[in-house]
Design a protein around this ligand. Structure first.
Ligand code: FES
Length: 124
């Protein structure tokens, strides 16, 4: 069996929503001290709905695929729904990740959570 699913390879080779949102309503940056990978998420939110999301990931292939899939999963969704996104949902949407790469999907969950927290803080 291949180590990585077709979906992981697809999102790694053609990541969706890569980039920066200059006037983002929420920005979150997280890192994993062990592997040194860093992920940054930008959210554009209107009426409590995620209208746009972009990411920059300095990291492994699984981290790039996880960021890409996570942005696809929350785009167009209400903030409350995006708050519920788990790394498990990201990994499942990618048709699985090897056990030692599950932390890459955790990074995606944390980056989105951090960006949503930043949005909420700015809202007061
Ligand atoms: Fe650390 Fe993938 S190896 S995020």
């Amino acid at each position: 069996m291949a180590l990585y699913s077709e979906k992981v390879m697809d999102h790694f080779r053609n990541p969706r929503n890569v980039g920066v949102i200059e006037d983002a309503d929420g920005v979150g940056e997280v890192g994993n001290a062990k592997c040194g990978d860093i992920m940054k998420m930008y959210l554009k939110i209107e009426d409590d709905v995620i209208r746009d999301v972009k990411f920059e990931t300095f990291g492994c292939g699984s981290a790039i695929a996880s960021s890409s899939m996570a942005t696809e999963l929350i785009k167009g969704k209400p903030v409350s729904e995006a708050m519920q996104l788990t790394n498990k949902a990201v990994a499942e949407a990618l048709d699985g990740l090897p056990a030692h790469k599950l932390h890459c999907s955790v990074l995606a969950e944390e980056a989105i959570r951090a960006a949503l927290d930043d949005y909420k803080k700015k809202q007061g």
